[in-house]
Design a protein around this ligand. Structure first.
Ligand code: ADP
Ligand code: MG
Length: 714
């Protein structure tokens, strides 16, 4: 028999067939043997113990019991049918219950036949019951591969409905090992394996799927995590090297008149040390002949904008145009008016382009960009439209980057004006603009490294002097009257107030109702005409949103009731109170972002976190953290520990890395080791040509389909 290779379509695995293959593909993205092999268990259950029904405790634990089914019946209920079987051993009886896949179970279960069942036991109506147990005939169970621990694979409702239970997946895995004779090639070099005492690949795969004991499982996990992170780092470093060595940049070698004039005479305040340092880093990039790709991180209110403005001046001093792209119209508007005010002083021309820019204005902007009389363009996604072409774009700044995708970043590359060869960004003669990405999302450094390994990072870690830290308190809903009294006092002093409600997809309708109920109750407590209230939420048309937001920005309304749409960047220095309703439902970094909306003026500002009395431990930690610190990075660290990177950054980030086994937060140490090795190896052998590195090169080239990449590395 031919030994199937790992690229063999999964349909050929014995026991799979077309139907199951289709389900595996659609539900788990498994197309080949390789994909199945890389389906790693989420967790493991220790099945070395057998329990008796008579010994069961009301602990909700997962247990394994041997016994048989003596009868099975369908029970009709208001809320639907369920299938209930009575399961007995020599010490008592219990129930097995199925809500899904009843037909399949009914047809396949055998009465009065010995089974081993496994699952979580509930205590229900004076009896133990196990919903959707894993079941195996005792005879099969005894034949099966003797494992100390049972792997639990990722599953979906559809999979279990189609009978692809965990047991079936385990069986497939066994079959795969049989058919391939477990001949899996080794992608790491002997050096690495020896130095780090790593298990070989084949042995790791065996132990990840069929662990013999805890110790081998741990070793297998370590090895596979290392491998995964190592190849990611290799890619990031290669990209970075590629960029630095081959992507030439526009040489901005002089600091000219505009910059000097602005710096000497029009800077509205003394720069903080951190701002100065970052500007230096940027100047170094711009003068280095390579394209700048820099991420500027700085907590809300740390003063990123002025850094952006001064970078623009450098571009203009060197004869180029600059643009700044913001994620919303409101933000673009704010940037535009702020930047215009500053740049008017040095006589530079600046325009605003958004979705609502009138056609006639647009035409003027387009031609002024092309003839070079417009120095700076500020705007939204509208900047990305094909019609927008610069005479010579030298710098693109992207604000609040997490709202923009990588594709959009790339699009800016081709707005240049300088000779472009769009087929190949890296060929000589095509000089893309320098890119500066600004974000207030605090990303701990190690995480930033793996997410943005191809960007250089600058950090503004210092707030402008004289800021009063926002005072943050946690209040229960039962104290609402007092909170409203406080709000009234603040409004009397001329301040403005945000009231923010959560809105998450799953319970959208409910959240929307909460918001509207909240709005009505606020409107009752703060009646017109003494009080004016704005409301902004996701179901409004963008134009209406902007209108309401504008009223608040201009101070025509005192209270802004909103969902998290206001989260990013809005600057209303007169707002001094941020009330966050159902604060327990927000993530930490979101809470921190929201809090950043206040505390932008000279006055003391407040953030009030409202919740009910019932709070999980995790919610308590979040609320406590918020009341204890204003430091975005500290908050990000706690957030990472609580939730992991996927949640923090929004799902797109976890999608970027698409990790199968490693967790950048929990496996931070492995990540560092992997990065260290990747750096060392590329340093000694940049093209991975040494014999000992050939396995790495081979595996790498399979990962990066883009094989040409090696040609660019000198
Ligand atoms: P963010 O980093 O959140 O984008 P901004 O650039 O909007 O912050 O700056 C927040 C506020 O702080 C602005 O009103 C800005 O004028 C002010 N600011 C920035 N840098 C300084 C500084 N060095 N000294 C005093 N105020 C500053
Ligand atoms: Mg900003």
């Amino acid at each position: 028999m031919n030994i199937p290779n790992l690229q063999t379509p999964i349909v050929y695995l014995k026991g799979v067939g077309p139907n199951r293959a289709e389900t595996l593909q659609s539900e788990l993205g498994i197309h080949t043997y390789q994909d199945l092999l890389n389906l790693f268990p989420n967790r493991y259950l220790d099945k070395t113990q057998y329990y008796k029904i008579g010994q069961l405790q009301r602990s909700n634990a997962d247990v394994q019991i041997a016994g048989k089914i003596v009868n099975i019946k369908t029970v009709e209920q208001k809320r639907g049918k369920r299938l209930v079987a009575t399961f007995v051993d020599d010490t008592g009886d219990m129930e097995l219950v199925w809500f899904r896949g009843q037909k399949w179970i009914r047809e396949n279960l055998k009465l009065n036949t010995a089974y081993v069942i496994f699952g979580r036991c509930n205590w229900f109506n004076g009896k133990f019951s196990m919903p959707h147990p894993d079941m195996e005939l005792l005879t099969e169970h005894q034949k099966g591969l003797k494992v100390g621990m049972q792997p639990i694979y990722p599953s979906t409702e559809k999979l279990s409905n189609k009978g692809i239970t965990n047991r079936v997946v385990s069986k497939m895995m066994q079959q795969l090992f049989l058919e391939t004779k477990a001949r899996f090639s080794e992608p790491l070099s002997d050096n690495i394996l020896q130095e780090l005492h790593l298990l070989p690949k084949a042995e790791s795969l065996l132990n990840i799927h069929f662990p013999k004991n805890q110790e081998l499982l741990a070793k297998a996990q370590f090895r596979l995590k290392f491998e995964e992170l190592f190849f990611i780092q290799l890619q990031l470093l290669t990209k970075k090297a590629l960029r630095q060595q081959k992507i030439k940049g526009l040489p901005f070698d002089q600091v000219g008149e505009y910059f000097k004039e602005f710096y000497d005479h029009h800077l509205p305040f003394e720069l903080t040390g951190a701002q100065k340092r970052v500007i230096k880093e940027i100047r170094h990039d711009l003068g280095s002949n390579a394209q700048m790709n820099r991420l500027l991180q700085g907590d809300v209110g740390s003063g990123k904008t002025i850094v952006g403005v001064m970078t623009m001046l450098l571009a203009i001093d060197n004869g180029y145009q600059a643009c700044l792209m913001a994620p919303t119209e409101i933000l673009a508007n704010q940037h535009y008016s702020g930047i215009k005010e500053l740049l008017d002083k040095v006589g530079l021309h600046c325009a605003l382009l958004t979705g609502s820019t009138k056609k006639s204005e647009r035409t003027v902007i387009h031609s002024n960009l092309e003839n070079g009389s417009l120095h700076i363009l500020v705007g939204t996604h509208a900047l990305l439209e094909d019609k927008v072409q610069f005479q010579n774009l030298g710098l693109a700044i992207i604000d609040e980057q997490h709202r923009f995708g990588v594709a959009q970043r790339a699009k800016l590359w081709h707005k240049g004006g300088t000779p472009q060869n769009t087929d190949n960004e890296t060929s000589a003669g095509s000089l893309p603009p320098h890119i500066l990405v600004m974000t207030a999302t605090p990303i701990p450094r190690t995480l930033a490294m793996s997410l943005y390994g191809d960007l250089d990072i600058s950090v503004i870690d210092e707030l402008p002097p004289g800021r009063k830290p926002v005072k943050t308190v946690h209040r229960f809903d039962s104290n609402r009257l007092k909170v409203f009294g406080f709000v009234r006092d603040e409004i009397k002093k001329g301040r403005q107030v945000y009231v923010v409600y959560p809105l998450i997809q799953e319970s959208e309708a409910l959240d929307y109702k909460d918001l509207m109920d909240g709005y009505e109750s606020i409107a009752r407590d703060f009646p017109m005409p003494n009080y004016q209230i704005s409301i902004v939420h996701g179901q409004m048309k963008p134009a209406d949103k902007d209108y309401e937001m504008d009223r608040f920005v201009r101070g025509e309304t005192q209270i802004m009731v909103a969902t998290t749409v206001i989260e990013v960047g809005v600057n209303v220095p007169n707002a001094s109170v941020m009330i966050i309703e159902s604060a327990e439902r927000f993530g930490l970094s979101q809470l921190h972002q929201l809090r950043g909306r206040v505390g932008r003026g000279a006055d003391q500002s407040y953030c009030i976190l409202m919740t009910g009395h019932k709070l999980s431990e995790e919610s308590k930690t979040r609320l406590h953290t918020m009341t204890q610190t204003n430091d975005g990075f500290e908050i990000a660290e706690v957030d990472l520990k609580l939730r992991g990177p996927g949640d923090i950054m929004g799902t797109q980030q976890s999608g970027v890395l698409n990790l199968k086994i490693a967790d950048i937060v929990k496996d931070n140490d492995i990540l560092k080791t992997a990065r260290h090795y990747a750096i060392q190896i590329l340093k000694a052998d940049p093209r991975l040509e040494k014999p000992e590195n050939l396995p790495i090169r081979h595996a790498y080239s399979q990962i990066v389909k883009h094989k040409n990449i090696w040609n660019y590395i000198s």
